[in-house]
Design a protein around this ligand. Structure first.
Ligand SMILES: [Fe+2]
Length: 498
């Protein structure tokens, strides 16, 4: 049965010509529950695929205050639950305090990323101005989903089965007044979740650990030289890797309340390696070539070294040379990774010598790299990244890296079809790392539809084995997670690595 469980009133003006509110980015008003009998499936849903794929996206409801950025809208989760060859779909807003306040007011009450000076009330994020939109990241920890906003918001908990918003995390959110930035990592063996935030005031970063029983067991100020704009963190079995990168708001202008991102291309990148429950004094900072890093695939230990793989931006351009003078054109140009290449890269931090070594893995532009949950923090072999459509903030396909052999494989969605961050869903009883599936959510502008696409993880170039069409075309989004069926209940898996 296909059920529309709620519909919000969209108040975005028809005259609003912001391209990030139109086309692939058009907002959705309806929340659905659709069981397997009501979903059209092309191909066959594998019977050894069991668990839930969840993807977040920024879905703007109201005419924005100031200029809208595609990272401003309310969080909306889309979940496809797989079991025994069947699938069930749900989408729900993350019902944050800000969501309810704006539903009550019938209009936007907070500005977005580009207009913090329009803030009329206390907000969230590193700038303290934005609505706690919880539309960036989503993971499963301690048996519940947790969603947050890139710049740091309250940690919102959701029921993984129903996507009902349960509220702000009750056990420890009040102990973390600076909020939780996106890209917390969950250790698949211990169930611990490592997170960070990056306020504009000293110490400029805080780092925390929440254990598998959902207790905050560690919260440590990390002293940085100034306000920073980090985006990700890495974990290994014993260590956490923090980012202090030379892209941040001009400190002089910041003191005057202005936010202008500057890439200081003569300043080294620094990566801080500390024991999982280490102190600020225990952080060992490793210098590396100046760069910015949005997302990493994974970190792991290799003898004396901590290895970090991810996508490097070696020469971040805050105002790309071919940028349009039009504001939306500039936003698009800034987001277009063909202007700001992001390339697979490996850093090695030697704990014995204190030296960093670096290796470029690929010259093709990719981002949003992921590996299987089961290998987070451990030696792994396969990274699945997205390919970018040139000139836009749209993902045109997938690329798989075999980090052992250097072999790659790819699958492109086709003209007018755009995906999101993929996730790796290992098959039930999988022995090999890539015995399973890669899942992405794809919007098709040609047919005005969206689908959840399932590909073999060891053969992505063969194309999808199953395509499950959604009730309507859904907005483009980025981050996602895969929740194994046993992890849904907060259990730690008896993970076997091969
Ligand atoms: Fe991100």
């Amino acid at each position: 049965m296909l059920e529309i469980v709620n519909e919000v009133q969209l108040t975005i003006s028809k005259d609003n010509d912001n391209p990030f509110l139109r086309g692939p980015f058009q907002s959705n008003a309806r929340e659905y529950t659709a069981d397997t009998d009501s979903l059209k499936v092309i191909g066959e849903i594998p019977r050894d695929l069991e668990g839930m794929f969840v993807r977040n996206h920024h879905n703007q409801i109201h005419e924005p205050l100031g200029n809208y950025h595609p990272f401003d809208g309310d969080g909306m989760l889309h979940a496809m639950r797989f079991e025994d060859g069947r699938a069930e779909y749900r989408n729900r807003f993350v019902r944050t305090t800000g969501f309810y306040a704006e539903q009550g007011a019938g209009r936007s009450l907070w500005p977005g990323l580009l207009s913090p000076d329009l803030a009329e009330r206390r907000g969230w994020g590193a700038m303290g101005a934005m609505k706690d939109n919880a539309g960036t990241d989503v993971k499963c920890h301690a048996g519940k989903l947790i969603a947050s906003m890139s710049q740091g918001s309250e940690p919102w908990r959701l029921d993984p089965f129903t996507l009902e918003t349960l509220g702000v995390e009750k056990n420890w959110a009040r102990k973390v007044p600076e909020g939780v930035a996106s890209h917390y990592k969950v250790d698949p063996f211990t169930g611990e979740m490592m997170f960070f935030n990056y306020p504009e005031n000293p110490p400029y970063m805080n780092y925390g650990v929440v254990d598998k029983n959902n207790q905050l067991v560690h919260y440590e100020p990390i002293e940085l030289p100034g306000s920073r704009w980090p985006h990700d963190l890495g974990i290994t079995q014993n260590y956490t890797v923090l980012h202090d990168l030379p892209l941040y708001f001009d400190p002089v202008l910041l003191r005057q309340g202005q936010h202008k991102l500057v890439f200081n291309r003569d300043q080294p990148a620094r990566f801080g390696v500390l024991p999982r429950r280490g102190s600020n004094a225990q952080v060992r900072w490793f210098e590396a070539a100046p760069c910015y890093v949005l997302h990493i695939t994974n970190c792991f230990e290799d003898g004396d070294e901590v290895v970090m793989d991810g996508c490097i931006m070696p020469d971040y351009k805050t105002v790309p040379v071919n940028a349009s003078t039009n504001l939306y054109g500039r936003i698009r140009a800034n987001l277009d990774k063909h202007n700001n290449p992001t390339l697979m890269h490996r850093w090695r931090f030697n704990l014995r010598t204190g030296q960093t070594t670096e290796q470029r893995i690929d010259d093709e532009i990719t981002e949003f790299p992921v590996c299987s949950n089961d290998y987070v923090g451990r030696p792994y072999r396969y990274s699945y990244n997205v390919l970018y459509k040139k000139g836009d903030w749209l993902f045109s396909g997938l690329k798989r890296y075999d980090m052992k052999t250097g072999k790659t494989a790819r699958y492109e969605y086709g003209e007018g079809r755009y995906g999101s961050e993929p996730q790796v869903a290992r098959a039930l009883g999988a022995k090999a790392e890539d015995d399973g599936y890669v899942i992405s959510m794809v919007a098709d502008m040609n047919t005005d539809s969206s689908e959840i696409m399932v590909l073999r993880a060891d053969d992505i170039q063969a194309g999808p084995v199953a395509r499950i069409l959604l009730p309507e075309r859904m907005g483009i989004g980025t981050h996602a997670c895969w929740v194994e069926s046993d992890r849904l209940q907060g259990e730690n898996r008896q993970t076997e690595l091969n």
